[in-house]
Design a protein around this ligand. Structure first.
Ligand SMILES: NC(=O)c1ccc[n+]([C@@H]2O[C@H](COP(=O)([O-])OP(=O)(O)OC[C@H]3O[C@@H](n4cnc5c(N)ncnc54)[C@H](O)[C@@H]3O)[C@@H](O)[C@H]2O)c1
Length: 371
């Protein structure tokens, strides 16, 4: 099976779909690789690193797509890119199809088969291919470093000859993959950390990292389908914001990561709540790309409002491109392994439950209509 990947570098992208180390293993498993020149440079891999492991380097993205069966992408191609692609190929990637319906329609019109990896269920078997968890863990870590870099104080308690410095108070809202990694990182830096989530199951995980779980309860459980959070009603959200206000105003650093699958981010910090925070406090809103957990978030921008810094990064994993690419590469390799049948042949199919869950289009048609 011929697999291609292209140069997706931009102002906010430095990752690459495959690193040379994984390619050796893909070759052993019967895949041959084609790439666009320069694709790995953002992650410090030159074309020669790839040619050494047998990758064919081609000058343009279109040339790559023409030569392969399957295109792996970090994000949904643009309408212009899709226009330039030939018909009837396979696209696998982190595509956020719920936000890219026009692009999906363009792929359907060209008879493409599409697998969206954000649709992978978070079950044990899918863990090794869970691209969202890989990237969220890096984002959670990096969010805390970003907050520390913008904070006018240190994180740990320091007892020095010049006096004792008090530790920073960090609040992490949303204790999923990114949130738990943010809690662990803030703890390692010596902060006093509080965590909060609407899923009751998160309490134990937050506490196991040495943080305090906020004692806020909703009238009904915040847990929805598949162990994910459910979207709260407007009344529940208003109640939640009211209950959170005290904790928000006393925090020095807030990392927000609250997310409900395929929904805009819940608004948890209003302008009024932010106005109650001390000057010098920092908010890092990891949910920026899906609208933000803070009412005032501007995706991709850093603002200082009444002395409170609001940082809204849109692609933090790309700021650690080497490790991010290593993790993605491993995740993509494991996903491609699903196409190997019991007799050892490699064919496109959707018989596996994970392939079925992620297949959005099969030869241009929604999978349900091709059954
Ligand atoms: N900016 C970046 O660079 C970057 C990178 C990766 C992930 N992200 C974003 O970070 C966010 C978290 O990702 P994740 O993989 O950890 O998701 P996740 O699903 O593992 O965690 C989200 C958590 O939010 C909780 N939650 C939902 N609604 C809530 C509410 N109203 N109040 C409190 N908690 C609530 C959920 O219960 C869940 O534990 C997502 O928005 C994701 O898109 C951003």
């Amino acid at each position: 099976m011929k697999i291609g990947f292209v140069d997706e570098r931009s102002a906010v992208e430095r990752r690459v779909a495959f690193v040379p180390e994984t390619i050796k293993r893909l070759n052993e498993r019967g895949f041959s690789l084609f790439m666009q020149a320069g694709a790995g440079e953002g992650a410090y891999f030159s074309d020669s690193h790839y040619t050494e492991v047998g990758v064919q380097v081609l000058p343009t993205a279109t040339a790559v797509v023409e030569n392969v069966d399957v295109l792996l992408r970090l994000r949904m191609p643009s309408l212009e890119e899709i226009e330039a692609y030939p018909s009837g190929k396979v696209l696998i990637g982190i595509l956020q199809v719920w936000r890219h319906q026009k692009e999906l329609a363009a792929l359907a019109a060209k008879g493409w088969t599409v697998f969206a990896l954000e649709k992978l269920p978070r079950i044990t078997r899918a863990q090794s291919m869970d691209v969202l968890s890989s990237m969220a863990a890096l984002a959670g870590y990096k969010a805390v470093l970003l907050a520390a870099a913008h904070f006018g104080r240190v994180f740990p308690m320091l007892t020095t000859a010049a006096g004792t410095l008090t530790p920073a108070r960090v609040l992490v809202i949303g204790a999923g993959v990114a949130g738990l990694q943010a809690i662990a990182t803030a703890r390692r830096l010596g902060a006093q950390v509080e965590g909060y989530d609407i899923r009751p199951a998160a309490k134990e995980q937050v506490e196991s990292l040495g943080a305090k779980f906020l004692p806020l309860t909703l009238d009904a459980s915040g847990e929805g389908a598949g162990g994910y959070a459910r979207e709260l009603s407007p009344e529940e959200q208003a109640k939640q914001r009211e209950a959170l206000t005290t904790y928000v105003t006393r925090a020095d650093i807030i990392i927000t990561t609250a997310a409900v699958p395929e929904r805009p981010a819940p608004k948890l910090i209003t302008a009024e709540m932010r106005r109650g925070m001390k000057p010098g406090s920092v908010i890092v809103d990891l949910a920026a790309e899906t609208g933000g957990n803070c009412e005032e978030t501007r995706p991709g921008e850093t603002q200082v409002l009444d002395g409170v810094t609001i940082i809204a990064p849109v692609n933090l994993p790309a700021t650690v491109p080497l490790h991010a690419s290593q993790m993605l590469s491993r995740n993509f390799m494991e996903f491609l392994g699903l196409f190997r049948r019991k007799d050892g042949t490699l064919t496109l199919h959707t018989e596996d439950e994970l392939l079925k869950a992620t297949c959005i289009l099969w030869a241009g048609q929604p999978l349900s209509q091709t059954a």
